[in-house]
Design a protein around this ligand. Sequence first.
Ligand code: GDP
Length: 299
Amino acid sequence: FARLASGLKRSSDQLTGSITSVFTKRKLDNATLEELEDVLIQADLGIETATTITDTLRRDRFDRDVSGEDVRAVLAAEVEKVLGPVARPLEIDASQKPFIILMIGVNGSGKTTTIGKLAQKFANEGKSVMLAAGDTFRAAAIEQLQIWGDRTGATVVSRPAGSDASGLAFDAVTQARAEARDVLIIDTAGRLQNRDELMNELEKVIRVIKKVNPGAPHATLLTLDATTGQNALKQVEIFGQRAGVTGLVMTKLDGTARGGILVAIASKFGLPVHFIGVGEGVGDLEAFTAAEFAQAIAG
Ligand code: GDP
């Protein structure tokens, strides 16, 4: 919890600083409520959550003295209410050998790093892990995944850069099945500048996975970079439509002022949030919990 609290310090400092300045020696009236709503929207929490918070305050406290602390308590409670239903652990069905996880997300969102962190977590649990270097477009991505494989003891299946991604997926699923691996994590390309091509490739990869292993992928995780703020909403929409996202991992929650975006995403899409990234290191992946996040962001 200390990691998350310090990670979200910039988000919470900005938010609580603004709340305090709105509520210095003032009664709760329409003007303060409007100012508060602006502050909450600017903190990326989303209009829905901002409105709920101001409505709650209007109903319970109108025309009374309200301190910044009172407002923060309402903020924490409302954020926790929004996040509670989406904070869900990633459950690995042990009867699936392999349990296949498809990792998707735009370049730079932390896909490869998250795969490395997950590989370590599963290795720590005694699972045998295979990684597929499915971002066949970028030589650097293949190398990066190999480094994570070496570091975590996971086997990496790859093909030379420029190879067909669905062919690589075929190889990886076939090999992971033959070796009865516990978990196979498949990396994918994320070049959003050519969105249609990327989505077609992704759909083809998914078709091949299903063909070799009916019922898979068992989880399709979308990584989102918290520092991109509102862009993350768009990414959930785009990938959700084409790839059937089953859960989210929000990365880079260490040191961003835009952590509130997680609340907007939860409120808008209701997709499970499994993990959060709080640093670049292999251990910097935490299970997502609503109460801790709410407390960290409300300061
Ligand atoms: P990909 O292109 O989606 O595979 O993204 P990468 O995994 O290569 O990550 C892009 C950059 O973000 C790298 O420099 C990572 O070290 C960094 N990164 C990934 N996750 C986190 C995180 O949770 N916190 C921080 N601070 N950096 C991260």
